[in-house]
Design a protein around this ligand. Structure first.
Ligand SMILES: [Zn+2]
Length: 89
């Protein structure tokens, strides 16, 4: 009897958690890595955290890269402490 109700509730809660976990920002991801040319920080959007606040990056400051290497070759970016870690500053 209990089994018939509880799994459904669990599933629903997991879906809601999954939804909030995945939808950190409304930024359209063109490539995996997003550099902010204003703060000179680079983010890994595949590991985005709410603290990254990608929505706060102005469109003209957004620079997209396929790899972290491309980003660092283009500008002197620092790793975002939230999604990449090992900040070098
Ligand atoms: Zn980040």
């Amino acid at each position: 009897m209990r089994r018939r109700i509880l799994p459904g509730v669990c599933c629903q809660q997991n879906q809601i958690l999954w939804f909030f976990h995945r939808r950190r920002s409304t930024v359209t991801k063109l490539k995996r890595f997003l550099g902010n040319s204003n703060t000179l920080e680079v983010h890994d959007t595949a590991n985005e955290k709410s603290s990254c606040q990608l929505d706060e990056i102005k469109v003209e400051h957004r620079h997209w890269y396929d790899t972290i290497g491309q980003a660092k070759a283009d500008k002197d970016y620092d790793n975002c402490a939230w999604c990449l870690g090992s900040s070098t500053r």
